[in-house]
Ligand binder design. Structure first.
Ligand SMILES: [Zn+2]
Length: 487
């Protein structure tokens, strides 16, 4: 009885939204509705999508103009300077239209996403994914994680592995992980030929060769999108210099994890002299290399470096984000160019939880949602020169995240276990990669099972469904095994 009563009350609550898919649906109204739902508690929240999914679903035309239509969500697309309610249509894996109102009769599948945020698929440019080699204590082994378990469920469709492999083992990484994952995996190639196999390898200057590194990068353009240097403990500039040499030769950026702090190679000199415009300094809020000046303000060198065009990235990880560094730096206006996780076994269950958790931290620091989305989509895509990603321009790759902004009492912890309280968090409702739904938390794209014929089989259509397309048919032939009509 209680359950029914809730459904009815939510139905009333959402009826003005469900009936209005044009630009007349204000964000304020949508958010107010969302807040009201949130105040009903988690049980109520779980019912919302059921109601939304029950909204009228037009019968799909035989030859549809669009494969998938996401209807009535608040679109945030930094590239096109859109932050407003829009319908988003997808065809053949590409964005086909973004308009204030599109006709559901033109789409094979329509999903009502009113009250939710629709963003480009998130781009996480600092992860570690070269797992499965069996090597212990190594990022070319046990320290890395398979990406698919950590990406789609938080709206991430693209990751860039941050230097686990060098030119000696990149092809093994590719065949072992990159070619077998559903997540789009790009890679920074390590300047160390052996990659991140531990201190013995990562401190070996003789294995840091620019020529073979650049050669491997040129063999895989668009896959190897940068050069990484990391974890170096010596006082020399050699790793940075060789990485920049390789990056210049292959025309790709360099990402720097600046390793052990040394007076011989100060941070200010790195970002004002050694790096090129477009090169990336990751771990910007670690505080490990003087990011925060003893005066309590941002290192002036970082400000100068930013003026030159050097990029600053979060790279949270297990040991690179402190509230006592991030708070004063943001107060000084030093916000990230890009937000990234530094996902690996040592970070995945610590202060860092996942991409949305890191984005939540920047929201808690006072950044706007539009900024945080830009820093997790269009900015990182541009940094790695992959402008077909991270945006919703017509013709761009149809990677999309549908996010819920949830109000409540939450806590966010840093690398040392210090907590900041927060009042909102982002949850991922739906993820689309290459035009197909690859994650759907509450089944908002699915019919109620009670409406299906007895003995129903997989009923999705391969043109929009990456989860349950009808078996035994080619995508788009529209017939489930049970003979169920197309939905
Ligand atoms: Zn890392």
């Amino acid at each position: 009885m209680r359950r029914l009563a809730l459904v009815v009350s939510l139905g009333l609550l959402f009826s003005p939204l469900a009936g209005s898919h044009s630009g007349s649906l204000s964000l304020g109204g949508a958010l107010r509705a969302l807040h009201s739902v949130a105040s009903l508690g988690p049980q109520a929240l779980s019912l919302v999508p059921i109601h939304l999914a029950a909204a009228q679903q037009p019968s799909p035309p035989a030859a549809a103009k669009y494969d998938l239509l996401l209807r009535g969500g608040h679109v945030v697309d930094a590239r096109n300077k859109i932050s407003a309610v829009r319908d988003v249509a997808i065809k053949d894996g590409k964005i086909a239209a973004v308009e204030t109102k599109l006709n559901p009769a033109d789409a094979l599948k329509t999903v009502d996403v009113a009250g939710l945020y629709v963003t480009p698929g998130l781009v996480d440019i600092h992860t570690h994914n070269y797992t499965g080699t069996g090597e212990r204590g190594s990022y070319a082994g046990d320290n890395s994680v398979p990406p698919d378990g950590f990406t789609f469920r938080v709206g991430v469709t693209t990751v860039a592995d941050a230097g686990c492999a060098g030119w000696r083992n990149f092809e093994d990484f590719k065949q072992r992980i990159i070619d077998r994952s559903k997540t789009r995996i790009l890679a920074f190639i390590n300047i160390v030929g052996n990659g991140m196999r531990g201190a013995k390898f990562e401190n070996d200057l003789t294995d840091m060769e620019a020529a073979p590194t650049a050669e491997m990068a040129k063999r895989f353009p668009g896959l190897i999108i940068g050069v990484k240097t990391a974890h170096y403990s010596g006082p020399e500039w050699t790793p940075v210099e060789r990485a920049v040499e390789a990056g210049t030769s292959a025309n790709i950026p360099v990402m720097v994890d600046f390793g052990t702090n040394h007076p011989e190679r100060p941070l200010a000199e790195l970002v004002t002299k050694k790096l090129r415009p477009g090169d990336i300094y990751t771990h910007m809020y670690s505080g490990l290399r003087g990011e925060l000046d003893p005066s309590g303000h941002v290192n002036r060198g970082m400000v100068e470096g930013r003026k030159r065009g050097v990029i600053f990235d979060v790279g949270h990880g297990g040991g690179s984000f402190l509230w006592r560094i991030a708070v004063p730096l943001v107060k000084d206006g030093f916000v990230p160019d890009s937000i990234s996780t530094d996902l690996h076994i040592g970070s995945m269950n610590t202060g860092m939880k996942d991409m949305l958790n890191v984005m939540d931290k920047l929201l808690a620091l006072g950044l706007s949602l539009d900024s945080v989305i830009a820093q997790s989509t269009w900015n990182p895509a541009r940094e790695i020169k992959q402008e077909q990603l991270g945006n919703l321009s017509v013709g761009s790759i149809a990677d999309v995240a549908v996010l819920r902004r949830e109000k409540g009492k939450f806590g966010l912890t840093d690398m040392n276990g210090a907590r900041m309280d927060s009042t909102e968090r982002l949850m991922c409702e739906l993820t689309v990669k290459d035009g197909r739904i690859v994650y759907d938390l509450n089944g908002i794209s699915r019919p109620d099972w009670k409406t299906l014929p007895e003995g129903y089989g997989p009923i999705g259509d391969g043109r929009w469904d990456g989860l349950n397309p009808a078996r035994g048919t080619t995508p788009g032939t529209q017939r489930g095994r049970s003979g169920a009509p197309p939905r």
